[in-house]
Design a protein around this ligand. Structure first.
Ligand code: ADP
Ligand code: MG
Length: 261
């Protein structure tokens, strides 16, 4: 390697331009062949660097989000949703609801696809460069409780406020104690109009008093969540149950009972 290319490599290292280090030589060769201008060549190298950075950032955000990787929208059968709901889901995919700090509340019976749907939307948000944090409500509440006991609740809530969207999975699946309810309420109150909250729940609003313990707190929580929100009702049968039935039916068609053959 020539002295100048050694020096160039050292500069690219010092400036932390890993993609440029990897591609500058090859692009220079093709630029010479194609008679590209200096500016044209520089543009090509910088475009590679920008793309590499976007990709890295996206991968980091995806890891930090704790979103399950297999629950993507690509793996979700949108056709299973009622027409109106899938139309709304398509509008959510552009992520502008997060910029408007709107919430998304998904209701429906167990197994109908609430968690998968919100994870898929969460992944799309991250791919567009937004920050997302996914947690089961039960786990998050336990973490908030622990933080409260260690007098660190404000710091933990502040850390969560850095995420543009927080997904609380399964709100109300477990019966929360009053203390658990209080930290959950604090989180919701803190995020109100400051950042999006996306929630899945098997419980309709009429049963939320079992989560928030008294009528006033329940009304206050619902009021804050609903004020700027999109509500999706997935009144669908369990996906797994449906798949199981289908494969059973398929098995019967594929191998008819031997007694009949
Ligand atoms: P819920 O949160 O409503 O209880 P889940 O989102 O956990 O339901 O879905 C249950 C299982 O069925 C998961 O494995 C999920 O990936 C799958 N599933 C549900 N709906 C769909 C769908 N429309 N397309 C593909 N897989 C689905
Ligand atoms: Mg779920």
């Amino acid at each position: 390697m020539s002295k100048s290319s050694d020096e160039l490599m050292a500069c690219l290292k010092e400036l932390y331009l890993p993609a440029s280090r990897g591609c500058y030589q090859e692009l220079a060769d093709s630029a010479r062949r194609e008679g590209l201008s200096y500016e044209g060549y520089l543009l090509e190298v910088m475009q590679q660097e920008c793309q590499g950075r976007r990709q890295h950032r996206m991968e980091r955000l995806l890891r930090e989000s704790r979103l399950p990787v297999d629950k993507s929208l690509g793996a979700f059968d949108l056709k299973r949703l009622p027409g109106k709901v899938s139309a709304v889901v398509r509008t959510l995919m552009d992520g502008s609801f997060v910029d408007r700090k709107e919430n998304v509340l998904v209701f429906g019976p167990p197994g109908c696809g609430k968690t998968h749907l919100l994870c898929g939307i969460g992944q799309e948000l991250v791919r567009a460069g937004r920050t997302v944090y996914f947690r089961s409500t039960e786990l998050l509440v336990q973490e908030l409780l622990l933080a409260k006991r260690e007098l660190k609740l404000p710091q933990v809530i502040k850390k969560l406020s850095r995420y543009q969207a927080v997904i609380l999975d399964d709100l109300g699946y477990v019966q929360q104690s009053r203390e658990e309810m209080e930290v959950l309420f604090t989180l919701l109150a803190e995020r109100y109009e400051r950042g999006s909250v996306l929630i899945t729940s098997n419980l309709p609003f009429s049963k939320w008093e079992s989560i928030f313990k008294d009528a006033m707190t329940t009304a206050a929580a619902i009021d804050r969540l609903v004020h700027h929100s999109v509500i999706l009702e997935l009144n669908l049968p369990s996906y797994r149950m449906e798949q199981a039935k289908k494969s059973k039916a398929g098995a019967l068609v594929d191998d008819p009972p031997t007694a009949q053959s």
